[in-house]
Design a protein around this ligand. Sequence first.
Ligand SMILES: [Ca+2]
Ligand SMILES: [Ca+2]
Length: 301
Amino acid sequence: MAARAGVLALLLLACGCGAPSKDAGQGNRSPVWRVQGLAEPESVALGPDGRTLYVANVGGEGEAKDGNGFISRISTGGRVLQRQWVTGLDAPKGALVVGGRLYVSDIDRLVEIDIAAGRVVARYAVAGATFLNDVAAAPDGTMLASDSGSGRIFALRGGRVFVWADHAELRSVNGLLAEPQRLVVTTMEGKLLAVDYVTKAVTVLATGLGEADGVTQGDGDAYFVSEWPGRLFRVTPDGRSQVLIDGRARGAYINDFIRVGDLLIIPSWKPGELTAYRVLTWMLTQVEGERLPARLQRTYM
Ligand SMILES: [Ca+2]
Ligand SMILES: [Ca+2]
């Protein structure tokens, strides 16, 4: 433990990220690094170089067209490269890199940013959307965006925007994860769903996940799902879930996180942070006071 704390201290010194966080040693996971002072960060995307993160900062309220939203560039080591890299957005939420472009959802528009040039090159109006949230790319290249306001998923293909999925289960739709055969979706009614790309049939994978937000692949065939007021779940294919982290006591949201190899990189709208945690470290330690199943301990030890 002392050795790990030493390594953490070295990492923090190396990246200038400040003191170890307050939640270390309080039953939660210890972060690898943490960047503070962001402005309501909702999501993060990994750049084409594999070591640059693009963080969408809402700046204030989620629906406000206030022009103060921006994108930050931060290294995967936790160093702020440029806090205000692309500015002039309203409330950017979802962020996804495809090729050399960063796609960002911005209330009722999809914004396309040329990463090399560092500027907005296109804006696509999404008629009928009021609270665009996550962005994902289907295997055929179609850009998909969830709209929490209307409970629909919109698509952008060949410069044209249209309604891609409209289903009662999609009410309060939030996170998207594009798999080869299906789109995995979270809703703020606590559901983890799968939508068939062709038939648009919806399957309920799990319920009871609070006000669910981000979703990534977990270990094996499990998923990691966040609920934005502050919990991170591990959800297994049988629909059961366990809490891996709980930031509610310190008021730390868990918004639309990503997984980069062994790291989970988590934006926290409140208190305005980006934090990296090491997934395998969790699997080696206790989770919410109870051991992981023996099968998993063997897998990861
Ligand atoms: Ca704003
Ligand atoms: Ca989200």
